[in-house]
Design a protein around this ligand. Sequence first.
Ligand SMILES: Nc1ncnc2c1ncn2[C@@H]1O[C@H](COP(=O)(O)OP(=O)(O)OP(=O)(O)O)[C@@H](O)[C@H]1O
Ligand SMILES: [Mg+2]
Length: 391
Amino acid sequence: MEHSYSDGILTVKLLKRIDSNNASDVDKELFAAIGECGAKSVILDAADTEYISSAGLRVILKLKKTVEDSKIINASPEVYDIFSMTGFIDIIDMKKAFREISVEGCEIIGKGGHGTVYRLNGDTILKMYAETEPLAEIEREIEYARNAFVAGVPTAIPFDVVKCGSCYGSVFELLNADTLGNVLAKNPDKYDEYSKKYIELVNTLHTTEADTSRLSNIKGLYNQWADEMAELLTADEIGILHEIINSVPDRNTFVHGDIHPKNVMVQGGELVFIDMADITYGHPVFDYMGMALTHVIAGGRAPQRAVQIMGIDYETGVRLWNDLVKARFGSLGEEGLKKMNGLLTAFGMMKFTVASAVNKSNPQQLKETLIGISRQTFFPNAENLIGAVKF
Ligand SMILES: Nc1ncnc2c1ncn2[C@@H]1O[C@H](COP(=O)(O)OP(=O)(O)OP(=O)(O)O)[C@@H](O)[C@H]1O
Ligand SMILES: [Mg+2]
């Protein structure tokens, strides 16, 4: 059997069939290789494997007892079934091979910052990512979306990660729908109906409890991003960011991370979220700061940005924002609302600051220009945000 060793991990390519005819040879070869390199982990690559009999399974059992950190990758559906039916799935960690699919002849229905969206058939879409997109991040979007879906957040069913030539993609339920951005742009007369539904959708998300063991805490992520800005910010500025972030109350409800009308679809009059790559848990202020940025701040600097980001014009974005804040904080009265609006917009500038620097596609010079804007508009009053979130 082909095998290779590096960093304490022995990777072994399993044969097409492992049964009573060859199991003892497989056993000998496998344990000889382990003895030779003293592997701490073993990966069995089952890409070519079509069948494993009980004799083969006994070799796997012995391996697991000898090298605890062992796993199988690239299992075909047939091999996966054998492990599943025999209960071996609970004994050894097993990863299925990615389905391979082709998008030849498939209609492109959307293009986003991360990839191209194809209609695969009447029921599913494929979000295909660039070759450079790390597989772990693609798998994470599906996992996060599944987490939110089973918790009751309205979103498309996340299916699986698939291989498409040299790229990977994720398969989701096809929503026979248009984005809220397009619906609002085409039907301004329906603003009242859809803004109300948008506000309800956002509130549903922010009152749905997340499985915190399987998602990141948004405060942890912001702290990490603040630390990644050492080249652009002074130690004092980074310190202020940490103080603001750590003073936000903890919550265990969902945070979408990128709420705007282009990441919401209208299906049969119901609104559902898409683009679940940045799902975390924590205080809703982290979504409000993102919405302040997309709905108000970005278009305020350049109105055409509003259309690019949200699919609606700047005025409609601001109107949506004001209605969102009013629905959520209306009990504060007119003065209180104004203050809250100011506070959330200042938080929006914190997101602007962090996102400008953390966005990998921004060239260094652009990052510096954007941080220059933050130094004029955000940092002078940033200390006021420490401990300011009281809702
Ligand atoms: N489940 C779905 N059903 C139908 N269309 C979809 C679905 N998911 C995405 N789309 C279409 O594809 C577009 C891009 O999707 P999505 O927002 O998930 O991608 P993205 O690359 O993360 O975009 P960005 O990061 O720029 O917001 C959407 O605006 C929508 O038109
Ligand atoms: Mg999107």
